[in-house]
Ligand binder design. Structure first.
Ligand code: TPP
Ligand code: MG
Length: 152
């Protein structure tokens, strides 16, 4: 599998994707930064949405893939369903909040995104593919991404 320069992957840093995305969005207001987060990951660093709501990055879209579980490891329940993550995002002043439960709805919600901070709660079933490989060359991934980020 090849990894693209336009993405940075943070597999060992559960909870921090949105914090990293916020930093990138503030650093580069001319680019749209899309954060793809997990439900347990977001719950692990929930204060991040308060900071995002406070900083109001118009170019940040935060997509949470919510299977209500620690899907990649134990499949233990994350309790995200009782947290109502979409309501939390609304309460901390995300400007665009959508809840979707199909690929078509997700595509539509992404296309309709105009001004952030945006939050798309994507409810999915637990299960699916488990054979994704993880990038191990993380320093290289970071260097490639930073090169792309500076050039573009
Ligand atoms: C700081 C840290 N703690 C624990 C892990 C181990 N870990 C990897 S994936 C995962 C569960 C992630 O759940 P979620 O964010 O809901 O994503 P899903 O796997 O369900 O898509 C855990 C605990 C990690 N990568 N980093
Ligand atoms: Mg999950």
């Amino acid at each position: 599998m090849s990894w693209t320069n336009t993405n940075v992957y943070v597999p060992g840093s559960m909870g921090l994707t949105s914090s990293i995305g916020l930093g990138l969005a503030i650093l580069s207001p001319g680019k749209i930064v899309v954060v793809v987060d997990g439900d347990a990951s977001l719950l692990m660093n929930l204060g991040t949405i308060v900071t995002i709501g406070n900083k109001q990055p118009a170019n940040l879209l935060h997509i949470v893939i919510d299977n209500n579980a620690y899907g990649s490891c134990s499949e233990e329940k994350s309790m995200s369903y009782s947290a109502h993550l979409d309501k939390l995002a609304q309460n901390v002043d995300y400007q665009y909040v959508q809840t979707v439960s199909s690929q078509d709805e997700l595509k539509h919600a992404i296309l309709m995104f105009r001004r952030g901070p945006g939050f798309i709660l994507t409810k999915i079933e637990l299960g699916g593919r488990c054979d994704f490989c993880r990038p191990l060359n993380l320093a290289e991934v970071k260097d490639r991404f930073m090169w792309f980020f500076r050039q573009s």
